[in-house]
Design a protein around this ligand. Structure first.
Ligand code: ADP
Ligand code: MG
Length: 332
């Protein structure tokens, strides 16, 4: 199974940031409200993530590290309307086949926590009692230690940590209700408190996208025909010198899509922002039955069942929101 897991790992685990993505998604799925991340040497040496989610039972700890042992799909119907993001039961076994992984967890009703370590070769897991608050800690050490060819592809520490930061930014923009802390080589890089209030959201946007984006953007919130679009759109006065600021989430999942990009550009240009690349952090809420997100777990692809309808909705939602707003004016 180690070889199979390593092959599977090749698909999903490219670099430290891909490990972080899988682990943060698991924490989301577990209902975490607070996620703490410790990274060392860009993640090559250590990735540790701690959450306060539901935890894993002693009986399920070994299972969690076994291939296709997802707890998230009970039926085919679930698979079709899968709302949780991870669903294939491959992440943990894949990661443990290319790194030294330790899982420590405690469920709410358990008197103590339990810990299991795996380096990919075990099939019988040694489970030991361990101190832990409710929730889960996953520790991933020495990524690619046993696959030197892949380890060679890791970039400089700074570059790899940059990817981790970008990833955390994306994830944090997806879940305002979850608090985040990120440390690199024991230095705190980011701390975001959990909050559902409007002011908390604005604060997070400021922290992640820059205070000037927050000041020079327009709040959008538009609903029609069961679709809702909300978020922030940059005004023409906002110019970003570097990096892209184009985040589009469908049901809290970041995607990149031609049709979406086209609709946004059209609305932008049609109203006033001809000369600029649109900048935005936008959230589309749509019936999950109308969108297929399972195209590829590691990619940002999505398939809309009614693309034309979605396109027209996005265009008119943005068009109306922006049209009511004169260029040069700051958002209210
Ligand atoms: P998947 O997320 O696709 O189910 P994973 O390999 O990522 O597969 O995780 C396997 C299983 O381990 C999950 O289905 C879940 O039951 C459990 N698990 C993993 N991470 C956590 C976590 N942070 N909190 C609670 N359970 C977890
Ligand atoms: Mg998962």
């Amino acid at each position: 199974p180690q070889l199979i897991n390593q092959i599977a790992a090749g698909e999903v685990i490219e670099r430290p940031a891909s490990v972080v993505k899988e682990l943060v998604e698991n924490a989301f799925d577990a209902g975490a409200r607070q996620i703490e991340l410790d990274i060392e040497q860009g993640g090559a040496r250590l990735i540790r993530i701690r959450d306060d989610g539901c935890g894993i039972d002693r009986e399920d700890l070994g299972l969690a590290l076994s291939r296709h042992a997802t707890s998230k799909i009970a039926s085919l119907e679930d698979l079709e309307r899968v709302a949780s993001m991870g669903f294939r039961g491959e992440a943990l076994p894949s990661i443990s086949s290319v790194a030294r992984l330790t899982l420590t967890s405690r469920t709410g009703d358990a008197p103590c926590g339990w810990q299991v370590s795996a380096d990919g070769s075990e099939s019988d897991f040694d489970i030991q009692p361990a101190q832990h608050a409710q929730g889960t800690t996953v520790e991933v050490r020495d990524l690619f230690y046993n696959t030197p060819a892949r380890r060679k592809f890791l970039r400089a520490e700074k570059t790899e940590f940059g990817h981790v930061q970008t990833l955390v930014q994306r994830m944090a923009l997806a879940r305002f209700d979850v608090g985040f802390a990120l440390r690199h080589n024991q230095r705190e890089v980011l701390r975001l408190r959990a909050g559902g209030e409007d002011t908390d959201r604005a604060e997070r946007i400021g922290a992640l996208c820059g205070p000037d984006f927050l000041e020079q953007s327009l709040r959008v919130d538009f609903e029609s025909c069961g679709l809702r679009l909300h978020g922030w759109v940059g005004l023409p006065t906002f110019s970003r010198s570097q990096g892209d600021l184009q985040f589009f989430y469908v049901n809290r999942r970041l995607i990149r899509d031609k049709l979406v990009g086209h609709a946004i550009r059209q609305a932008y240009q049609d109203v006033m922002y001809h000369q600029r690349q649109p900048v935005y952090v936008l959230y589309l809420e749509i019936d999950p039955a109308l969108v297929d997100v399972n195209a590829h777990p590691a990619k940002l692809e999505v398939r809309f069942r009614e693309g034309r309808m979605v396109h027209d909705f996005l265009f008119s939602a943005l068009h109306r929101s922006i049209a009511g707003h004169k260029p040069g004016q700051t958002a209210v």
